[in-house]
Design a protein. Structure first.
Length: 77
């Protein structure tokens, strides 16, 4: 693993020092989990924004709506 140097607020350092209370092996484990969760959250937000954009485009695109309706015509209800 690689090492990184960064600056924390006092309250963040206090929380980080409680790593054992929350069942973590060490401070690094806390940071790794936190970064993984943040990345996942940001990716989900991007996906939601993309879905909203496509939904908005679809709502105003009559050709896409007609194409979708035609494609669904062969599917069971």
């Amino acid at each position: 693993m690689v090492q990184a140097k960064f600056t924390l607020e006092e309250s963040q350092l206090y929380f980080l020092n409680l790593f054992q209370r929350y069942g973590f092996k060490d401070k690094s484990a806390v940071v790794r989990i936190a970064l993984d969760r943040l990345r996942h959250e940001l990716e989900l937000e991007e996906l939601r924004q993309s879905a909203d954009l496509y939904a908005d485009l679809y709502a105003t695109d009559s050709d896409a709506q007609a194409l979708t309706a035609a494609a669904l015509g062969g599917w069971p209800a």
